[in-house]
Design a protein around this ligand. Structure first.
Ligand code: ZN
Ligand code: FE
Length: 260
């Protein structure tokens, strides 16, 4: 039995940390936690044993809780990309593409997904179909290119986009409404975006999360995955970009989003 319970823990203004529970062993892993106290409350109420912190990247709003979590759970293992050893507090297990992280009876495959930062990784639980991708792929959007290039981020997107369509996508932020509003501008005839905008507005009005989406939904609405679709190519071409080059289309759309 490889059952994974995913508990979404809202943090700061619009961050999501996740508590992952292996149901057969009650061992747990924490994905990207800036506010330890809120996470500890959830851990206590669930009565589970946290054994791992899975960090996607070094930004403050993803790692700030590490020190307090380590102080509280002294044996907890801290995972992140090996190049971020100096930037992720308390990292004990440096990772790279293709590594496997196991806790309890569940395991995740590590994907190297640079673009937002140089050391960004994503965790894919193949047995249960759950993907934790930090600030690379958001519902309907993508993270800013702080350290990497559009070409790198494009490659990261295609890598995640190759996962099965039913894969649940758990990202680091609640940016869905603004992402979909932008997506509708660069993909104006896409009826599914309109439909998702309505769904998302209803959820947000009730203060509910829009996460997770799925890889299949991302292929339907996310302009950064849809760089080979005529509408997206046209929107990129309108800015003077070479629309025959998917990475250039990606970069042009990211630039448009920056200025939107
Ligand atoms: Zn970030
Ligand atoms: Fe972030």
């Amino acid at each position: 039995m490889h059952e994974l319970e995913v508990v979404l823990v809202p943090q700061l203004q619009d961050n999501y940390a996740y508590l992952l529970i292996c149901k057969s062993t009650q061992k747990a892993a924490i994905v990207d936690c800036p506010e330890a106290d809120k996470m500890i409350e959830v851990i206590e109420s669930k009565g589970v044993t946290p054994v791992a912190i899975l960090n996607t990247h070094h930004h403050w709003d993803h790692i700030n809780g590490n020190r307090d979590l380590i102080a509280r759970y002294s044996k907890i293992k801290v995972y992140g990309h090996h190049s971020d050893k100096e930037r992720i507090p308390g990292m004990t297990y440096p990772l790279q593409e293709g590594d496997i992280v196991t806790f309890g009876e569940v395991s995740a495959k590590v994907f190297f997904t640079p673009g937002h930062t140089n050391g960004h990784i994503s965790y894919y639980f193949e047995q249960t179909g759950d993907l934790f991708c930090g600030d690379v792929m958001f519902y309907g959007g993508c993270g800013r290119l702080f350290e990497g290039t559009a070409a790198q981020m494009h490659t990261s997107f295609q890598k995640l986009g190759a996962l099965p369509h039913e894969t649940r996508v758990y990202c680091g932020h609640e940016y869905t409404a603004s992402n979909l509003r932008f997506a509708a501008k660069v993909d104006p005839d896409n009826a599914i975006i309109q439909q998702k905008l309505d769904e998302v507005a209803t959820l947000r009005a009730e203060n509910k999360p829009t996460i997770p989406s799925t890889i299949g939904v991302e292929w339907q609405v996310n302009p950064f995955l849809r760089v080979e679709q005529p509408a997206i190519k046209q929107s990129a071409a309108n800015t003077g970009a070479d629309s025959s080059d998917p990475a250039a289309v990606f970069g042009a759309i990211r630039e448009l989003k920056n200025n939107s």
